[in-house]
Design a protein. Structure first.
Length: 329
């Protein structure tokens, strides 16, 4: 009897061990399968992101080619046989026209070109020579903030970010504030190299930053292109334009009929404008900096590149372009 019980016990242990082994092997196979699937999915996602990235780079190249082509198209033959620029940049030129998404190898490429000279250089708010807010551009920027619905509370914060000292302006913010954030960082205490500095300012959230980046630039522009500026920017350039929307509409209508080739045409085309002398020092008809936004989409992966180029004169091609800034998202 004892032997029979021992045999039954041994068989039971063996069966249990076998079942445990099978269960363990099943778990291992399932884990290996899941790991392999996750690894494959991760590798596929990385490959898709890489494709999307190169798509976005190709979009920037397409935009750059359009700018170069526009520079050549907008050049005219002078009497001596050499090419010279027609002397203005406007929204009717090839670079400014909307471009629909371009299908490419199972994905899409999208590009947009915006001249930075249609915006106001945010760095002009503070004059480092006088160590104070610029009396002209400070008022322009104040009016522009009101036009886009951003609180005036941003002004002392902006001043503290741009000025070289660590003395906090009333309502502003210096190192004492920024170093307590997570992660902590120092204020710039100098000019912004890119417009993305604005996102770091106290009180600037994503919604506010989106509003600001539509009308402000950090490119070292000194004037605003009257042919491409938005109504909000044009209105902010003088108290008269701010208080009389019809004058802004007149400028917009005039440039649609024929772009301004000279700021002197403004007084001729808008005779009711009495602020002409003050405006002339703030306006131009050409653009020097252009931001190309290239976006690549592939299988759900999306990459975006913001690249700003400076245009320089170059013969016989009409113009060349130098990379000024590059931001990937």
């Amino acid at each position: 009897m004892v032997k029979r019980r021992a045999k039954r016990y041994s068989r039971g242990v063996a069966l249990l061990a076998t079942m445990l082994s099978i269960a363990l092997m099943t778990l291992l196979v399932i884990d290996f399968t899941n790991s392999s699937a996750l690894g494959y999915r991760s590798a596929a996602n990385q490959a898709n992101e890489l494709r999307a990235y190169f798509f976005s780079k190709s979009a920037v190249e397409v935009g750059l080619a359009m700018l170069e082509r526009s520079a050549m198209t907008d050049s005219v033959q002078s009497g001596g046989g050499t090419k010279a620029s027609t002397g203005h940049d406007s929204l009717d030129q090839i670079w400014a026209r909307p471009t629909p998404p371009i299908p490419l190898d199972g994905g899409f490429v999208t590009q947009q070109i915006v001249d930075d000279d249609r915006k106001v250089n945010i760095n002009l708010f503070y004059n480092p020579q006088s160590r104070s807010v610029d009396p002209i551009w400070g008022q322009v920027i104040e009016r522009l903030l009101a036009n886009i619905g951003v609180s005036m509370d941003l002004l002392p914060i902006l001043q503290d970010w741009l000025d070289p000292d660590s003395i906090e302006t009333a309502g502003g913010a210096e190192s004492d504030y920024y170093l307590k954030l997570l992660p902590p960082y120092e204020p710039r205490n100098g000019q912004m190299p890119t417009i993305y500095d604005l996102r770091l300012l106290k009180g600037v959230d994503d919604v506010t930053f989106f509003k600001l980046m539509q009308v402000f630039t950090a490119a070292p522009t000194q004037k605003v292109n009257i042919n491409t500026a938005s109504p909000e920017v044009l209105a902010a350039l003088s108290p008269q334009l701010e208080n009389d929307p019809n004058l802004v509409k007149t400028i917009l209508a005039a440039r649609m009929v024929a772009p301004f080739t000279d700021t002197g045409k403004l007084q001729e085309m808008v005779p009711d404008l009495t602020d002409y002398q003050k405006l002339q020092s703030l306006l131009t008809v050409t653009s020097t900096y252009f931001t190309i936004t290239g976006e690549g989409d592939f299988a759900g992966a999306r990459k975006r590149i913001y690249s700003t180029f400076k245009r320089i004169s170059m013969q016989p091609r009409g113009a060349g372009f130098i990379l000024a800034s590059w931001h990937e998202d």
